[in-house]
Design a protein around this ligand. Structure first.
Ligand code: PLP
Length: 453
């Protein structure tokens, strides 16, 4: 039932009083309260308690891949909860949904990524991937292979090690936390990674870090196939293959963070499939359940799994919700929906429609520039004068304003402005989106851009 205005005010006051929100400004929130209080969702649309409707242009946190309000997922959760909502996977206990989902994931991930360690989300997956990489080398007799190299602008989450791997300074440095063995490299320098030492940017690339640290100290490289929360940055052609080659050359594991890219977002089931690269470990979360339950995992290849499977003592790692039966049942049904409704193909086709829409916006709006997309992972920049590469002054808050204009017109999108002059906007709707819904999204963006001056 629809909430009344009084209820909204009451909820807003309670929220202000009792909740600190992630990635929000606490002082502003404590005085103005929640911007939106959501009440329901269906397909690509969500509603707030005032019954206002919005297109969910970033699938909430890039995760609601199959769209909102899917009864099949509610039904399967209900059914599993009635049978047994939760059981542990510690001490070797099993449950059918976790086992079936593990088999399914092994069958859809590339190469011989055949074994999973379950977590409850992306950050936990990345911390787990780091621990398992270091543990792998330790078991192989290389105790010093501990360093992890990640990329600037990469986002890997907020647990201590994932936070340090994140290459966005505000996140990386928050609360002064540290995992000193995690190093940030410059992103997307294909020639440098291939060995061009005369390149002006060579110092600080992955290869130069490996050379200065010594490969005998480096456990793994982690990267997102396409950087998401750092502002939707596509790798140049050949980059992922170059990094795979580099890792092989120096005997270093490659971890692909597929938390955003995985499960169809890019028009391929996994982001790395776009470049036919197979990592040694893959972090997954978000789209594995489309947000209907919280679940993540690290999928590893036989090389890594075989070494871990030889370990003859208790593995002291795991989360209460590792292999959560209800979450896994939801995950299985979610993958079935992605397959049955051919959502990977739809992401590819609708990505092409989105690109057409961006072409139109690019023609029409002077400030619209640098459009990019792979499937339904898309972004563009706003610049004062793109022809001369002149950004907006910081005080202009261009991306924030355009996002706000979209919000007023019923479209939720997201912007990134964590560096001076950066005005990036991301668009990543549910994979179920139709051509008409893409057109509506573009039309709102068109109006919002026109209203900004
Ligand atoms: N990795 C990537 C690529 C992400 O985008 C995110 C979240 O946005 C994470 C990891 C962290 O996942 P979680 O928020 O589920 O811990």
């Amino acid at each position: 039932e629809l909430l009344t205005k009084t209820n909204f005010d009451e909820l807003s006051n309670l929220d202000k009083k009792h909740i600190i929100h992630p990635v929000a400004v606490p002082k502003v929130h404590a005085s103005v309260g929640p911007k939106i209080i959501f009440s329901e969702g269906k397909g690509v649309y969500v509603k707030d308690v005032h019954n206002r409707s919005y297109i969910d242009g970033v699938s909430m946190l890039w995760n609601v891949n199959v769209g909102h309000g899917r009864k099949e997922l509610a039904d399967v959760a209900h059914e599993q909860m009635m049978k047994m909502a939760y059981s542990s996977t510690f001490y070797g206990y099993g449950n059918e949904p976790a086992i079936r989902l593990a088999e399914k994931i092994a069958s859809i991930t590339p190469g011989d990524l055949n074994t999973i360690f379950y977590t409850s989300g992306g950050s936990e997956s990345n911390d787990t991937a780091f621990k398992l990489s270091r543990f792998y080398w330790e078991q192989k007799g290389f105790k010093n292979k501990r360093k992890i190299i990640s990329l600037r602008r990469g986002y890997h989450g907020v647990t201590v090690s994932a936070q340090r791997a994140t290459g966005i300074d505000a996140f990386r440095n928050f609360s002064g936390s540290s995992d000193p063995d995690i190093l940030n490299a410059k992103a997307h320098l294909t020639e440098c990674e291939l060995g061009d030492k005369s390149h002006p940017e060579f110092s600080g690339c992955i290869r130069s870090i490996i050379e200065s640290e010594g490969a005998e100290h480096v456990a793994a490289v982690i990267l997102e196939p396409i950087q998401g929360a750092g502002g939707v940055h596509l790798p140049p052609e050949g980059y992922l293959k170059a990094v795979r080659k580099l890792c092989d050359e120096f005997n270093i594991l490659l971890i692909a963070d597929e938390v955003i890219c995985g499960f169809g977002r890019t028009g391929e089931l996994f982001g790395v499939n776009n470049w036919e690269v197979v990592p040694d470990l893959m972090s997954i979360a978000k789209g594995i359940t489309s947000g209907y339950s919280h679940l993540g995992g690290v999928v590893m290849n036989n090389r890594v799994a075989d070494v871990i499977k030889e370990y003859d003592d208790v593995l002291p790692h795991g989360f209460t919700y590792s292999g959560h039966p209800t979450a896994c049942a939801v995950g299985l049904k979610n993958i079935e929906i992605i397959e049955n409704e051919r959502l990977v193909e739809n992401a590819h086709q609708m990505g092409a429609e989105l690109e057409k829409g961006f072409n139109y916006l690019n023609e029409k709006h002077e400030i619209f520039t640098n459009q990019r997309n792979v499937g339904l992972l898309a972004g563009f920049d706003l610049m004062k004068d793109p022809d001369h590469n002149i950004p907006f002054e910081q005080s202009k808050q261009a991306a924030v304003s355009v996002v706000d204009e979209c919000y007023k017109r019923g479209l939720l999108i997201r912007c990134f402005d964590f560096e001076p002059g950066m005005n990036i906007i991301a668009v990543a709707p549910p994979l179920t989106i139709t051509k008409q819904e893409i057109e509506k999204t573009i039309s709102i963006l068109d109006d919002a851009l026109a209203s900004f001056s």
